[in-house]
Design a binder for this molecule. Sequence first.
Ligand code: AVJ
Length: 321
Amino acid sequence: MSVQAYLVRDEQRPPDNALLQVVQRGLRSQPKRLPSWLFYDDQGSALFEQICEQPEYYLTRAEIALLKEHAGDIADVLGPDARLVEYGSGHAIKTRLLLERLEAPVAWVPVELASEALRLSGERMAQYFPELPIQQLSVDFTRPLRLPVPPRAPRRTVIYFPGSTIGNFDEREAAQLLRKMRGEMGDNGGILVGADLKKDRAIIEAAYNDRAGITEAFTLNMLARLNRELGCNFELGAFRHRARYNAMAGRIETHIVSEREQRVRVGRLQVLFREDEAMLVEYSCKYSLEDFAALAAIAGLAVQHVWTDPEGLFSLQYLTR
Ligand code: AVJ
């Protein structure tokens, strides 16, 4: 059997000035905030891969340990002839551990906006699994998906959303996203979602403030991207990264802080930053098992299974209707 790889581009991709509008709106709002999906251009995706290799960033290590321990069990729960739709697949290193165990998967459908990451992961996966149909979707997974016609009828569609990316959304948005997935997976489908667990503040804060400074570079790359793509003039040395754990809200809050008063050009807009003004760029929510079950329930979903890594740092949760 030959490799079937389709690249479906987003026919509804917003026009180029949509990026400018999103950024201008975020910089006009008070307090300023920019959406975290702006991190993931090709350079941001590459920096994120480097974050995953930092000793302080326990999430990836824990999720890989979890899969090494439980992938067989997870594959049993998903059953044969599943179609795996992966949201925000990035470089898709974890996916291989799962696909290796799945019985006769119908297709792997990675959904990823960063086109270089999508291309590389597709090539790598095609080498590992020459028989696996790969149907790439280069679209924004927060929008309604038009899934490609599968090569044969799947027994179930599983939305795979690893890496705790759901933590980037506040509770309302996360519930909305789960509800959207609930529709896409259909009656017999399921959602396999990674959720980082609440734990000691020091461990969490270290993960978002690595000593090598990769997370800081990742955060500031958002400004570099706006310079590249929108011709802004952010002076990267005049801003810093700040990530603190808000224990009450159960989340890391990452801000870009202006080191001094300064003005930045964003299209026709001149944006004023005060000294020490903090602009919110990311939440990374942490959950207890009860928190996550409650979130799932809001979206009309029930937690069927929870797997954790041996250290109890991270969880994979299987949700169904
Ligand atoms: C890709 C969303 C899971 O929130 O832990 C890592 C992104 N930001 N370090 C996370 C991120 C800073 C990451 N997720």
